[in-house]
Design a protein around this ligand. Structure first.
Ligand code: ADP
Ligand code: MG
Length: 263
């Protein structure tokens, strides 16, 4: 009888984890064809990521981090293996279906902020909502909210050239949030920023994650990875380490101890 009860509990735990599982990758392989040569960029990657996780991905240059992020972001497809997002096998999806998933479920932040130069912070933020055919009023409201969330309510009418790197990256984060994604994917978002500004970006990520947003972040800086809850280390296209962060610092506390620079 004891065994039976344990089995039932086990089933219940499994059902709960299947429900909260946002990302599931099974034995993923990715080859790039380069003329005569094939590059084996992912060599059997398997991982599960649940809702509310904050995962940092580290690893040397060329270890497959960006390739993996492009897969998670439905920007590219696996050569073999499976990718399930929120339980749906997207590895079989065609281009249009993937574009829809990107628009509805995913937010992207990159190292270069990729803002349109002659376009205000508010308009830049609105863009993904425009592509998602959300009507003008709702678009404006969501973009205004998203800018407020990253602390830029006052800069809505500023152009990228009138903002610091950190502010531009915050606009890019607001833009990534405007369609209310399930997952935020960030590939080296602090790569172009000084250390204080980098921690400020991590403060925003931690706040968003506190509200339940699932985040996957690539960084090659150990200090930045420590703001996540879990760290993966890639080497030669494989996950070599997968560890929880112990004594995770709060970016907010770290900032109090850092000297202030001119913004
Ligand atoms: P990381 O982001 O960790 O630096 P990448 O995922 O960019 O690593 O690259 C992994 C491997 O795949 C490297 O050997 C790289 O040269 C190769 N690679 C990445 N993108 C392409 C591509 N579009 N075409 C051909 N090879 C690529
Ligand atoms: Mg990369």
């Amino acid at each position: 009888m004891g065994t039976n009860l344990q089995l039932k509990q086990f089933d219940a735990t499994r059902a709960a984890s299947a429900e909260s599982e946002v990302i599931r990758v099974e034995d993923a392989h990715k080859y790039y064809e380069l003329g005569e040569t094939r590059v084996h960029a992912l060599r059997g990657v398997s991982i599960e990521i649940c809702r509310g996780e904050f995962v940092a991905i580290m690893g040397a240059s060329g270890s497959g981090k960006s390739t993996f992020m492009n897969i998670l972001g439905c920007l590219d497809r696996l050569t073999s293996g499976r990718y399930l997002m929120e339980g749906i096998d997207v590895s079989k999806h065609g281009k249009n279906a993937l574009a829809l998933i990107r628009s509805e479920k995913l937010g992207f932040v990159f190292q270069g902020f990729n803002l349109l130069a002659r376009t205000t912070a508010l308009e830049n933020t609105e863009l993904p909502a425009l592509y998602a055919k959300i009507d003008k009023r709702e678009r404006r409201k969501r973009a205004t909210d998203a800018l407020a969330m990253v602390g830029l309510a006052e800069r809505a009418q500023h152009f990228p050239s009138q903002m610091s790197g950190g502010q531009q990256q915050r606009v890019a984060i607001a833009r990534a949030l405007v369609n209310r994604p399930s997952i935020l994917l960030a590939d080296e978002p602090t790569g172009n920023l000084d250390s204080r500004t980098s921690v400020e970006i991590m403060e925003i990520f931690q706040n968003l994650n506190d509200k339940g947003l699932t985040i996957v972040l690539v960084t090659h800086e150990h200090d930045i990875a420590q703001f996540a809850k879990r760290v993966l280390v890639f080497r030669d296209g494989k996950i070599r380490k997968d560890d929880p962060v112990v004594n995770r610092p709060r970016a907010n506390d770290v900032l109090k101890a850092l000297p202030t620079l001119e913004d």
